[in-house]
Design a binder for this molecule. Structure first.
Ligand code: BTN
Length: 176
C-alpha cells in the first residue's frame, strides 16, 4: 500500500505507475491520500478532497473482466462499497446508478473506475477503482454542501480510516 499526505489524485498516481508495470504479471496495489489537490469525479467533475475524507484507489491486472463487462462490473463495485460501508457503520447507504453511494438523499461516497489499455487493445491491461468516501469531514464547500454528507455529519462518530481501507481492499481483491 502506498500512502500520501497529499497527491494530485490517487487514480492518476495509480495510472502513472501502471504505465511502468508489466501487464503480463499479476499485480495489485492500493493508493491512499490524506488529501488530493486535483481529485477527480465522474464526468470530469472535481472531487472535493480536503483532509477528513478517504481517498482510496485499488489498481489491479484484471483476470476475467473485459471491456464489455465494464458497466455491470461498475454496478457490482458500487454494491460492494455500499455494503462495506453499511457493515462498518451500521448505516444504510444505497447505490444510485451508476455508482453514487447515497445516504439520506445526499452523496456520502463516489466511485470512479478507469482503465489502462495498451495500444490497440480493447481488453484493459489494468483496472483502477477510485473510491472517495465522505468520512470525517465536518463541512463541505458551498457548492457541494447541499448534496454531500459525511458519515461523521450523520452520526457524530469519528471513523477509523484504516478499517475502511482494509475492508475495501479485501472486498476488491475478491472482485478481480
Ligand atoms: C464520483 O462520484 O464522481 C466519483 C468520485 C471518485 C473520487 C475518488 S477519490 C480517490 C480517487 N482519486 C480521484 O481523483 N478520484 C477518486
Amino acid at each position: 500500500m502506498q500512502r500520501f499526505v497529499q497527491i494530485d489524485s490517487t487514480n492518476d498516481e495509480a495510472k502513472r505507475q501502471a504505465k511502468r508495470l508489466d501487464p503480463q504479471k499479476e499485480h495489485w496495489d492500493v493508493f491512499v491520500a490524506d488529501s488530493q489537490s486535483r481529485g477527480k469525479g465522474q464526468k470530469e467533475r472535481a472531487w472535493e478532497s480536503k483532509e477528513g475524507g478517504l481517498y482510496y484507489t485499488f489498481l489491479f491486472t484484471p483476470k476475467t473482466i473485459t471491456a464489455h463487462d465494464l458497466e455491470t462490473y461498475s454496478l457490482k463495485i458500487g454494491h460492494v462499497i455500499s455494503e462495506s460501508i453499511n457493515r462498518l457503520t451500521g448505516l444504510k447507504t444505497e447505490v444510485e446508478w451508476p455508482n453514487d453511494i447515497i445516504l439520506d438523499d445526499k452523496k456520502c461516497a463516489g466511485i470512479l473506475i478507469e482503465t489502462v489499455c495498451r495500444s490497440g487493445k480493447s481488453q484493459p491491461d489494468f483496472m483502477i477503482i477510485g473510491v472517495g468516501v465522505n468520512l470525517n469531514q465536518e463541512s463541505f464547500g458551498p457548492i457541494i454542501s447541499p448534496v454531500a454528507i459525511s458519515l461523521r455529519q450523520k452520526t457524530q462518530n469519528v471513523y477509523n480510516r484504516d478499517l475502511f481501507i482494509e475492508t475495501f481492499t479485501e472486498e476488491l481483491k475478491a472482485c478481480r
